[in-house]
Design a protein. Sequence first.
Length: 189
Amino acid sequence: MDSAGMAEERTEPPHESPESFPRVEDGFERLWTPHRMVYIKGEKPAGAAGSGCPFCSTPGMDDAQGLIVHRGQWCFVVMNLFPYNPGHVMICPYRHVAAYIDLTPEETLEFTDLTKRSIRALQAGSNPQGFNLGMNQGAVAGAGVAAHLHQHVVPRWGGDANFLPIIGQTKALPTLLEDARQVLVAAWE
């Protein structure tokens, strides 16, 4: 009631819609990648073996769920969840070891063989013009999961990289992970 004894009339604010918000057109499209926040916030996988390590837990999943391309006796091939290019795979030993020099002779042979077979499958399925192969040993060398050895096999094509990753810190990928996995599985020897 107001001072005159009359009921105050209350009105609800008008409904706000995104169209009513002030905006400035900047000419940019947005690629939303919320799955990357774990890396931005530093919530990286645990260093210990077991369920906290993605390379220890992945073999316990079915192939499609774990993005597994091939299972060997000592090592397996898995799609990279954050690929640089379509078809980006990693070769991982089942055993939780951090360094290449810690592999047994059997693991080393299969690790190398699966690298070669990954390249052949990518050539057959995607016809890349080149490859980047690499292992980052230790966090200071850039390993996202430093405690579990893994080797990257990244297919490359002319013009596959442009200003977007450098300026916008965004990678546009024309193929879904499962689609790229299916191409590799079909092309695997």
